[in-house]
Design a protein around this ligand. Structure first.
Ligand code: ADP
Length: 159
């Protein structure tokens, strides 16, 4: 059985993320979306809130589940028998960083882990969680970027 993990901050989940989740759910038997509990970052939403937004907005994809983890991704993967990482690539600016992470993960895991990159759909190439947070903080309508459930969460947060 093929199990993949799609890790990220998802602060908050956008249509760009959901597109990658949908497409990877068609490629693997099981996809775990891993919300990174990164103490170094100061997220807008807590891990529990980010998980809830992902759960609500991806519930139609039956082989997708939402988890959170802290510590090293590859340790979580080893413990849970997952061998593939899914990442989305938007632009060439993502590439340098992603290549470095993918290669070091492969090295550190003794070549038991691989990374699969899905290129963004053209509709979402410009989209990032930070742009969404920025617009929402000024009260701008973000319903083209995130599902309605997330729109409401953002409205409450910036009220
Ligand atoms: P991180 O903080 O790890 O970059 P993000 O939540 O910003 O996490 O993104 C998680 C993953 O989703 C990354 O692989 C990122 O490149 C990808 N991603 C983010 N936005 C988009 C988008 N609009 N289209 C496709 N992939 C995206």
């Amino acid at each position: 059985m093929s199990r993949a993990i799609y890790p990220g901050s998802f602060d908050p989940v956008t249509f760009g993320h959901i597109d990658i989740i949908k497409r990877s759910s068609e490629m693997f038997d099981e996809v775990l979306v891993g919300v990174l509990n990164n103490h170094a970052k100061h997220p807008l939403f807590s891990v529990e809130e980010r998980k809830q937004m992902l759960e609500v907005t991806t519930k139609e994809y039956k082989n997708v589940s939402i988890i959170s983890f802290d510590g090293l991704l590859i340790d979580y993967m080893k413990q849970n028998n997952i061998s593939v990482i899914v990442r989305g690539l938007r632009a060439i600016t993502d590439f340098d960083y992603e290549l470095q992470i993918a290669q070091s993960n492969r090295k550190v895991s003794k070549e038991t882990i691989d990374t699969v990159f899905l290129t963004t759909s053209i509709d979402y190439a410009y989209l990032s969680s930070s742009i969404v947070r920025e617009y929402a903080s000024y009260g701008t309508d973000v319903s083209d970027f995130v599902p309605q459930f997330v729109v409401e969460k953002l409205k409450n947060r910036f009220r």
